[in-house]
Design a protein around this ligand. Structure first.
Ligand SMILES: Cc1cc2nc3c(=O)[nH]c(=O)nc-3n(C[C@H](O)[C@H](O)[C@H](O)COP(=O)(O)O)c2cc1C
Length: 167
């Protein structure tokens, strides 16, 4: 396959893998910063760790990485507009976004999110044009039962099927 063909196919094929959507938030000199991320997953239970991957071109990530403290805000189905806001570089993303400080680190917890995880960066690894980040979990919380925001084939969606038992 030619390079561009492979990249186009990569986008098409990986877009068939549905994910949730999170906003990774932190503080830079007291100012809230953050970016929308879909490459988020559970990593380790003992000790509790999570994993993210962030584009090297991200302007917010270096600010968050400088402190090593972050929150993962799991977007609820009605927060597509919030996810879009945090996907635009160079804007005042937190304007009009209500948040409260996380208990251990004070990093922003976005109101209305489905769940949040507060943590500290453990390690970073090379991931091509992305950086792979492992995070030690400090504390975490699930909000009121809500539908998650789902990203599939380049669009935000909601779950609308009854659940199937998975083990
Ligand atoms: C649904 C969705 C998922 C995204 N997932 C990621 C991701 O996993 N990693 C990443 O670095 N950027 C991801 N992005 C893109 C960033 O949110 C976007 O590049 C943002 O402008 C970065 O902002 P910053 O420059 O303030 O860091 C995603 C965007 C959207 C809309």
């Amino acid at each position: 396959m030619q390079d561009q063909e492979l990249i186009d196919e990569y986008r098409r094929v990986l877009g068939l893998f549905p994910t949730g959507v999170v906003v990774v938030s932190g503080l830079s000199d007291g100012t809230p910063v953050g970016l929308t991320v879909q490459s988020f997953m559970a990593l380790s239970l003992r000790p509790p760790m999570i994993l993210l991957s962030v584009d090297r071109k991200s302007t917010s990530w270096p600010l968050i990485a400088a402190t090593g403290k972050l929150a993962v805000n799991v977007m609820a189905a009605d927060q597509g507009d919030v996810a879009l806001t945090f996907a635009k570089s160079g804007t005042d993303k937190f304007a009009g976004i209500p948040w409260t400080p996380a208990p251990h680190t004070g990093v922003p917890l976005i109101e209305g999110c489905q769940a949040w995880i507060e943590g500290e960066v453990a390690c970073t690894y090379d991931g091509g044009d992305h950086v792979i980040i492992t995070v030690d979990v400090l504390t975490l919380h699930a909000g009121p039962d809500a539908q998650p925001l789902v990203f599939f084939r380049s669009a935000f969606r909601q779950l609308d099927q009854p659940s199937l038992v998975a083990g």
